[in-house]
Design a protein around this ligand. Structure first.
Ligand code: PAN
Ligand code: ZN
Length: 191
């Protein structure tokens, strides 16, 4: 094992802050994510007053070999645009076969999964101390449906990469909305 890797075997997570000590953290605000939401007018209305933080991701990428793993610690804030809950951009992995292991630390969420043709979709519950397996060739978007920050780890092959473009071009075909007090998955055109 090389010296660089030997120094990075332990990482310190702060699930309350959504950070990994000493690792880079990226923040995504509504102004950047507005095209993801179904209700564009509601998004513009929020942005007239503020540009809220929707989520942040800290990453840990100790090595880039074919067999290596990277981690992301993400935190999606509570909030909504119209009836749609705050969520991540979502992506396919650039290396389409790459699967991912998600582990929820706190909060209450749904993982929206869609295949490459967008036909079959699924909303998998995310609860503290439960894991969700994201198969390869599946677009994944994380939605905070609760009143607290939703914090989770994602563990993926170092070579998975990100393809945001393929899903941004058509967006997810389904949206997660507040209905009768709880979250529901509906086709986008029914929003
Ligand atoms: C996660 C995601 C994280 C943020 O680490 O990157 O939840 O979502 P977006 O990347 O869609 O903005 C992951 O799935 N990595 O592969
Ligand atoms: Zn991923």
């Amino acid at each position: 094992m090389n010296d660089h890797l030997m120094e990075q075997l332990l990482s310190a997570y702060d699930p309350a802050a959504g950070t990994i000590a000493g690792r880079p953290r990226v923040e995504r605000r509504l102004s950047e994510l507005a095209p993801c939401f179904a209700d564009q007018a509601a998004g513009r209305e929020v942005l007239r007053h503020a540009d809220p933080l929707v989520y942040a991701v800290s990453t840990f990428a100790p090595a880039d070999g074919a067999g290596d793993l990277h981690y992301g610690l993400a935190q999606v804030m509570p909030g909504r645009v119209g009836r749609e809950y705050f969520m991540t951009k979502g992506h396919f992995h650039a290396w389409r076969e790459a699967a991912e292991f998600y582990f929820t630390l706190s909060g209450e969420g749904l993982m929206l999964l869609e295949g490459e043709t967008g036909g079959r979709a699924q909303a998998v519950p995310m609860r503290p101390r439960e894991a969700v397996y994201v198969p390869g060739r599946t677009a994944h978007r994380t939605v905070n449906v609760g009143p607290e920050p939703l914090t989770f780890l994602g563990v993926y092959p170092a070579r998975a990469g990100y393809d945001y473009g393929a899903i941004a071009a058509r967006n997810f075909r389904h949206v997660i909305v507040a209905r009768d007090g709880g979250p529901a998955m509906i086709p986008r055109e029914e929003y």
